[in-house]
Write a protein that binds this ligand. Structure first.
Ligand code: PMP
Length: 280
């Protein structure tokens, strides 16, 4: 199959999947999600994604009782039903289905939705263009909740201006992007915002920092300003499908391209680690 969807026990192609209108995900976005890579039907960094997923569930106080083993079996079945060797798998859990009322409904059981489809990894060769926008999201960006309207609007604004991402800032200090983290190289140091409540602790970000340390590249988890970003040697976008996408233009201004050697070294270290992990 080209893609698969799953909802509370039933599999169907994504386009045919039906969910009830009273799933609280529909009208409140009352749920959490994860997105991960599946290469040759094997998960990359599943443990890290599950751990972030459990932290998001705990923040929203959603009592999802399915064990990681049982959940993994469903995710594996979904991935196995898709032919592609390079998939992006998405899953979400909402608080449950009930007549609309803001407070938690009595007795609602969490709903599990999964879908997977072939999505190629981003090409990392070319430097890309990004726009800059104020970060108008909430104060808990470390939680992967379904409420993504500021990110949706930012991604659309980037697209309309021929850019691949929108870089968010709060009072001139860079947080992250609409659906990725932003890492900076300056004078041989890898720097990025700390993993606090202002950013999503990206799984890819974590691996980049780990690999840089292993390679002897100093790492600083200290936020940088937009001005510093403009003076960066390189800027890299990281996410599950963007393994260190270089930035070459920020808000119409040419930037970066000054430490290609280290940029390519980190990209390669990540790709090697990624492929080695899915082989083991
Ligand atoms: N920040 C945001 C806001 C995101 O939506 C994502 C992607 N889910 C990331 C960062 C990157 O996270 P990861 O590396 O785990 O895909």
């Amino acid at each position: 199959m080209e893609n698969i969807g799953y909802y509370n026990g039933a599999f169907a192609p994504i386009e045919e999947l039906m969910i009830p209108a009273c799933d609280r995900g529909v009208y409140f976005g009352d749920g959490v999600y994860e997105a991960l890579r599946v290469e040759r039907h094997r998960f990359f960094a599943l443990r890290e994604h599950l751990s972030r997923f459990r932290a998001s569930l705990a923040f929203l106080r959603i009592p999802f009782e399915m064990t990681d083993e049982a959940l993994t079996a469903i995710l594996q079945e979904a991935a196995d039903r898709v032919e592609s060797d390079s998939q992006q798998l998405y899953f979400q859990v909402t608080r449950g289905s009930a007549i609309r009322t803001h407070a938690f409904p009595e007795g609602a059981e969490p709903n599990l939705l999964v879908f997977s489809r072939g999505v190629p990894l981003a090409d990392l060769s070319e430097h890309r263009r990004v726009i800059v926008l104020p970060d108008t999201r909430w104060e808990h960006c470390n939680v992967k909740s379904l409420n993504l309207i500021p990110s949706v609007l930012a991604a659309e604004a980037a697209k309309e201006r021929g850019c691949c991402e929108a870089v968010f800032h709060r009072n001139g200090v860079v947080t992250e992007c609409s659906s990725s983290n932003l890492l900076m190289l300056k004078d041989g140091v890898l720097r990025t915002a700390p993993a606090d409540e202002k950013i999503l602790p990206g799984v890819t970000r974590g691996h980049f920092l780990m690999l840089a340390r292993k390679l002897g590249v100093p790492v600083e988890e200290i936020a940088f300003t937009l001005e510093e970003a403009c003076g960066a040697d390189e800027l890299m976008i990281t996410s599950t499908s963007a393994h260190g996408l270089p930035v070459g233009e920020l808000e119409g201004r040419a930037v970066c391209g000054r430490d290609d050697a280290l940029l390519r070294k980190l990209q390669k270290a990540y790709r090697d680690y990624f492929y080695a992990s899915v082989e083991n």
